[in-house]
Ligand binder design. Structure first.
Ligand code: NAD
Length: 437
């Protein structure tokens, strides 16, 4: 049987073994979905702690309850290891390792390169390799493919290579791996066909595109779209402030237009491993082609200035109470980068806390998902127990993340002053003076 058909048959009858490299917010949900689809899944992660927890059936990703993971582990459907050798038995491997930025805002491809070196060493005939990590256009052809071809493999013939961007939205209660359409771009049409056959077992709707580079660009368009629109509405907030207009009223009214408008909301800045990071992958690539990605640069400038703006609001609000920020007790509510998740990567809370700390404020924070917060060598915080006393003893409460768990009425009733960067308290009235963005 031709190599491709053998793999397609093994995928169809669930005999194929699926490898997932990188078992974080992206890789673990994917591994669980494939295991639930009937495959045996081998997860590889360099973190000994994550490997041990998975093998005990314990999830560390809030969207995957341990009750969902444990039966798969117990049934031998999902096993984690730090040893790439286990992937020798895999028919398909999805790479879900981090793609952060260096301090210079250049892509840090070291995780992808390291993972790929390990996979190239165990790659066998008939294997499908899919990169899922968000990256710059050209990565699959420039980094993934050459590392296989040096071993005598031919893409689309005896090995299959594709890019399929991960779109998971942690904390989203409506869209998960299964019902979020998935874009797939293979190095050849056969690679797209084989990669689509893999993902169609775990995802309801697939969107094939003509190349991995198109698929890489799709992801960057999606996330640049968000970064730019968030920057636009953040700038609207700054302009409305100068005009004495309520930006939230403006957005809500504009959103009644039934066509041609999609509401975005201002906030304390961007966070997470995606929106603040991914557009820089695109602008970095374009720099190598002598092109300056102007929207991305401007959006980044505006979004990264928002924590300063929040701190200015706090300083002004305290001033109105005849208080200096130095020596004031400030409680930051929510430090994750968005509601109902535990992820603090790139969270604007880190910058807000750091700036307030520099100005001499006494900072406490509460976040039901984040027990400890490491800002830098000087500022390491432990989550304060949430209590009436915490609010009443504060000079100012700063709402950064509007987690569902918070009782806003209680917060308003027991605080003196609230700077609300999310419009979280809009529907309630209480004792506190509230300053919105
Ligand atoms: N988090 C999201 O919401 C999201 C959404 C879409 C896309 N993405 C993209 O997906 C990728 C992964 O993001 P994430 O949020 O899951 O990151 P993560 O940090 O949660 O998980 C990555 C995992 O990879 C492991 N790892 C690092 N190097 C490794 C190696 N050489 N071999 C094996 N494992 C290794 C880490 O220990 C970690 O467990 C990134 O490119 C990100 O941009 C993330």
């Amino acid at each position: 049987m031709p190599i491709k058909d053998t793999l397609l048959a093994r995928l169809a009858n669930r005999e194929a073994r699926i490898g997932i490299v990188g078992l974080g917010y992206v890789g673990l949900p994917l591994a669980v979905e494939f295991a639930e689809a009937g495959f045996t899944v081998i997860g590889v992660d360099v973190s000994a702690d994550k490997v041990a927890r998975i093998n005990q059936g314990e999830s560390y990703v809030p969207d995957i309850p341990s009750e969902r993971l444990a039966p798969l582990v117990a049934a031998g459907r999902l096993h984690a290891t730090d040893d790439y050798d286990a992937l020798r038995q895999a028919d398909a491997v999805s790479i879900c390792v981090p793609t952060p930025l260096r301090k210079t805002k250049d892509p840090d491809m070291s995780y992808v390169i390291e993972a790929m070196a390990q996979i190239a060493a165990i790659c066998h005939e008939g294997m499908l390799i899919v990169l899922e990590s968000t990256t710059y256009p050209g990565t699959t052809l420039e980094i993934i493919l050459p590392r296989l071809l040096t071993n005598g493999f031919r893409a689309g013939e005896n090995v299959f290579v594709a890019f399929s961007p991960e779109r998971i939205d942690p904390g989203n209660q409506h869209y998960s791996v299964r019902n979020t359409p998935k874009v797939v771009g293979g190095v050849t049409p056969v690679c797209t066909e084989v990669a689509s056959a893999l993902y169609s077992t775990a995802v309801d709707h697939l969107v094939p595109v003509s190349s991995p580079t198109s698929a890489e660009m799709v992801k960057l368009l999606e996330n640049t779209f968000r970064a730019v629109n968030i920057a636009l509405v953040n700038e609207m907030a700054l302009m409305c402030d100068k005009l004495g207009v309520d930006v939230w009223e403006v957005i809500h009214a504009a959103a009644t237009k039934p066509f041609g408008f999609m509401p975005f909301y201002p906030g304390p800045g961007l966070g997470g491993h995606c929106i603040p990071v991914d557009p820089h992958y695109l602008s970095w690539k374009l720099k190598t082609l002598n092109y300056n990605a102007r929207f991305i640069q401007l959006a980044s400038e505006i979004n990264t200035s928002m924590p300063e703006y929040v701190v200015d609001k706090v300083v002004d609000a305290l001033n109105d109470d005849c208080k200096a920020v130095r020596g004031s007790h400030i409680v930051v509510i929510g430090v994750a980068y968005k509601p109902n998740v535990d992820d603090t990567r790139e969270s604007p809370a880190l910058d807000v806390i750091s700036l307030l700390h520099e100005r001499g404020a006494h900072i406490s924070y509460h976040d039901p998902y984040v027990p400890k917060l490491y800002i830098d060598a000087q500022v390491k915080l432990v989550c304060a127990p949430y209590s009436t006393d915490l609010l009443e003893s504060s000079d100012c409460v700063v709402i950064i993340t509007n987690h569902r768990a918070y009782d806003w009425q209680h917060m308003l009733d027991h605080s003196k002053l609230i700077v609300d960067t999310r419009h979280a308290t809009a529907a309630v009235q209480g004792r506190a003076r509230v300053v919105n963005l």
